[in-house]
Design a protein around this ligand. Structure first.
Ligand code: SAM
Length: 249
């Protein structure tokens, strides 16, 4: 049965790709890639010469027909994006829907994702998070989106572009107040990887003071509306629990 493989690729370090992903990329008949030249570099590095076609945000619907025709003729296709997991703030969902509707198999090949990578190294104890992706680019819409998110108890995860990083954090300070905790994860798995945490106002000043830190790719992790105290048992609560346990039969 013809299959569409949804293959995660590295978010920086070119070796962050699974053995299974490499095997699939070498075996399929065609790789549909967001930017074929970006993916060609990855494939060549790993000595893979599979044919690439372009599938991006603006041609996904049309290219989906092409992919369906390939699957109809018994070929297997892999979908990749420039970096990370397809369909996560990236194209892929329309193709997957169309392929599923035609009854073909869809196999995800898991791997890197910037949000999860950042969260895993953040030390944030809250087990709940909301992945928002990119905020609106216009400040009015961005502030409105942030105001809607303000009551959320879970960690809020955003992607942000370097030319908007300062203005987005400034909007966060305005909407959430200066004291919420922000973790900034920049250039993950790359040479200038930086993970920095502090209150919103601290992180804003830190970033403003160093233009080098304003370059590259960013994940922002903003703490939820409540403090994390509820996930850490206080000494007093431990004492109360101990007293209550003694009373139990
Ligand atoms: N599909 C990708 C994923 O699974 O993470 C996300 C693609 S989205 C178009 C690109 C955004 O992801 C960047 O603007 C940045 O916010 C984030 N990102 C990607 N790679 C990153 C990295 N190495 N370090 C920090 N953020 C990264």
């Amino acid at each position: 049965k013809s299959t569409l493989y949804v293959v995660a690729t590295p978010i920086g370090n070119i070796n962050d790709i699974s053995l299974r992903a490499l095997d699939i990329l070498a075996k399929v008949d065609v790789v549909a890639a967001e930017h074929p030249q970006v993916s060609r570099h990855l494939l060549t590095t790993h000595s893979i010469s599979t044919k690439l076609i372009s599938l991006h945000q603006h041609n996904e619907t049309i290219v989906a027909n092409k992919v369906l025709a390939l699957l109809d003729s018994g070929k297997n296709v892999a979908l990749v994006t420039d970096a990370g997991t397809p369909g996560i703030s990236d194209p892929g969902a329309i193709l997957v829907q169309r392929v599923r509707a035609q009854g073909y198999a869809i196999n995800p090949i898991p791997g890197a994702n910037a949000a999860i990578c950042a969260l895993s190294a953040s030390g944030i104890i809250n087990p709940h998070f909301l992945f928002y992706g990119f905020l609106p680019t216009k400040t009015g819409l961005r502030k409105r989106a942030l105001i809607e998110l303000k009551p959320q108890l879970c960690t809020l995860i955003f992607y942000e572009a370097p030319h908007r990083i300062l203005e987005s954090i400034a909007d966060m300070v305005e909407v959430f107040g200066p004291q919420r905790e922000l973790t900034i994860a920049r250039e993950l798995t790359k040479l200038f990887e930086t993970i920095h945490a502090g209150t919103l106002e601290e992180v804003f000043s830190w970033l403003q003071a160093d233009t080098h830190q304003q370059k590259g790719e960013f994940v922002l992790l903003l703490s939820g509306a409540e403090t994390m105290d509820k996930y850490v048992i206080s000494e007093q609560a431990k004492h109360t629990l101990k007293c209550l346990l003694i009373e139990l039969p």
